[in-house]
Design a protein around this ligand. Structure first.
Ligand code: HEM
Length: 185
């Protein structure tokens, strides 16, 4: 994944746990000297290794790390100048999610080798929608749940995002039940 993703993991760890924990995590992941360039693509394996090392160092499960990372991502990407893109995507959580494919298409102007995820929404009614997530990557469903929760924070909306059907159950993509405060703006 692009360096911006690994830099966001660094930002999450240093903000919440301090610089020295981040250095220990990099050591554990055998990446002590590595500096990630935001706009450069890196093998996915490096990101997965950082998540595994963070999980060991912080005594959290890999899914907890991915969830926290998802929650942090919105704030981090906004700080990197992409806040406007999210704001333009919609005025509430469901609109933003409905425009995520467009958002990533726009992002691909800056990140041409992006292998973007795909999202779509079904069963929309007040306070609820079903979120479908497709990716060529494995194991990121907790990241998605964290992202949705982070969008909830951005819109000051209480969110419950639950994986109900996933690739780990033999399904071809992940499906989440998303409950949110109706009429949130
Ligand atoms: C703030 C604006 C955003 C920017 C600039 C952005 C950019 C990116 C970039 C650069 C990647 C790395 C992909 C690669 O290297 O191939 C990525 C991955 C991803 N993004 Fe976004 N993104 C944004 C918002 C979101 C939001 C709001 C969501 C979901 C709610 C989301 C879901 C994902 C997921 C799940 C991945 C992992 C890739 C995969 O599943 O294969 N992104 N994004």
């Amino acid at each position: 994944m692009y360096g911006i993703v690994n830099n966001a993991v660094e930002d999450l760890v240093t903000t919440k746990f301090g610089k020295s924990r981040w250095l220990k995590i990099k050591d554990r992941a055998e990446m002590a000297g590595e500096v990630f360039v935001t706009m450069r693509p890196y093998p996915d394996e490096l990101t997965y290794r950082l998540v595994a090392a963070a999980s060991e160092e912080l005594a959290m499960s890999p899914d907890e790390v991915l969830f926290a990372f998802g929650e942090h991502w919105i704030q981090y990407a906004s700080g990197q100048g992409y806040g406007e893109l999210v704001a333009l995507a919609g005025d509430d959580i469901e609109s933003v999610i409905r425009h995520l494919n467009d958002l990533h298409r726009r992002v691909s102007l800056s990140f041409p080798d992006i292998r973007m995820p795909f999202f779509h929404v079904t069963d929309s009614r007040p306070g609820y929608f079903r979120l479908h997530y497709r990716s060529e990557r494995e194991g990121l469903s907790s990241f998605v749940a964290g992202l949705v929760s982070g969008l909830g924070t951005m819109f000051d909306t209480a969110i419950r995002c639950e994986l109900i059907l996933g690739r780990q159950h033999g399904h071809d993509h992940d499906e989440f039940d998303v409950h949110h405060e109706p009429n949130s703006a």
